[in-house]
Design a protein around this ligand. Structure first.
Ligand code: ZN
Length: 320
């Protein structure tokens, strides 16, 4: 649904308007800088809030429609983020299929670049949302914006530029999605723990002051339920703390503590977040990873048995 901040017929709207290609929608305030180098299809679908509907005119709380309209724009941007996140999953699965076909398959780099671009897009959208929410708050506080487009750009541009100027390593080394991407690829052809992801990321000058203690990676995924200590069955995630369990195991645990009239808690050591069944949600993608992991383990064992005579196990180099 198009969102009209102002009618285009508004007399003030005429001369200040600029025609922009459709892909410019939602890229507010980015007119002259080129930090958004990728013309992402995902964002092009977003319509309704272009510079044409977002013309120069003072905007204050006195216009009762404006705050709900900003709210709607924020919702649209959030939808776009949801689609970008679906794209991240697709890219990860594509890269996993390539790695499965051949270790370090060269075209994984291209998929990885797509993944980075999607992460950038998402971050830029988050900045826009943050700015719009800030502006809404200020409008509610009776503040006026003389020129909403300019005010938006003044708030958003420096933040977007600062993000885009960061090095690869600064941008992604603590990205949950990127760590997961690397981890998922790594475990296809290695049995050791995935090394810190910074080794795949170009270092920049801004990385000197970065705290390497927060460098993620290195966990060994074993895909075992912390309750049964067996591989997951119907993997289930706590929405409160993010820990995972087998469905029946966690439900039984919650049920038995409830019967004992005690508060059930996450059984993971050091967590103890209070849990109820309403905090659980199925995690089919984790279950799939666990199944794939099991399948690969099995394949390795079979290969080892087959290769006993020759003792030539290709992967040995990676073990230590
Ligand atoms: Zn927990």
């Amino acid at each position: 649904m198009p969102i009209r901040v102002l009618s285009p017929a508004s007399p003030e709207a005429g001369p200040s308007r600029r025609r922009l290609p459709p892909s410019a929608s939602v890229q507010l305030g980015q007119g002259d800088n080129d930090i958004d180098d990728d013309d992402d299809d995902i964002v092009e679908e977003e319509e309704g809030w272009t510079k044409e509907t977002f013309v120069n005119r003072s905007l204050s709380k006195n216009d009762p429609a404006i705050i709900p309209q900003l709210r709607q724009v924020v919702d649209k941007l959030k939808e776009a983020i949801g689609r970008i996140e679906e794209g991240l999953d697709v890219a990860k699965e594509t890269a996993m299929a390539l790695e499965d076909s051949k270790q370090d398959e060269p075209s994984i780099t291209e998929v990885e670049n797509t993944f980075f671009r999607a992460l950038n897009q998402r971050e830029l959208l988050k900045i826009k949302i943050e700015v719009l929410e800030e502006m809404s708050t200020r409008l509610r506080g009776n503040e006026e914006f003389g020129n909403i487009e300019k005010s938006f750009a003044e708030l958003a541009d420096p933040r977007e530029k600062a993000y885009m100027a960061k090095s690869q390593r600064a941008k992604y080394k603590n990205s949950k999605e990127y760590v997961d991407f690397r981890q998922a690829l790594w475990e296809i052809n290695h049995e050791t723990a995935c090394p810190p992801v910074s080794q795949w990321l170009e270092k920049g000058d801004d990385d000197v002051s970065d705290d390497d203690d927060f460098d993620m990676g290195g966990q060994t995924q074993n895909y075992r339920c912390p309750i049964t200590l067996m591989l997951y069955k119907e993997a289930t995630t706590s929405t409160k703390c993010g820990h995972n369990y087998s469905k029946a195991a966690i439900e039984d645990l919650i049920e038995s503590t409830r019967k004992a009239k005690r508060q059930s808690k996450c059984p993971v050591t050091g967590c103890s977040v209070p849990l109820s069944k309403a905090d659980l949600k199925p995690n089919p993608s984790l279950q799939k990873r666990a199944d794939d992991f099991e399948r690969r383990q099995q394949r390795r064992e079979d290969e080892r048995e087959d290769g006993d005579d020759t003792i030539a196990i290709e992967e040995d180099d990676d073990y230590e």
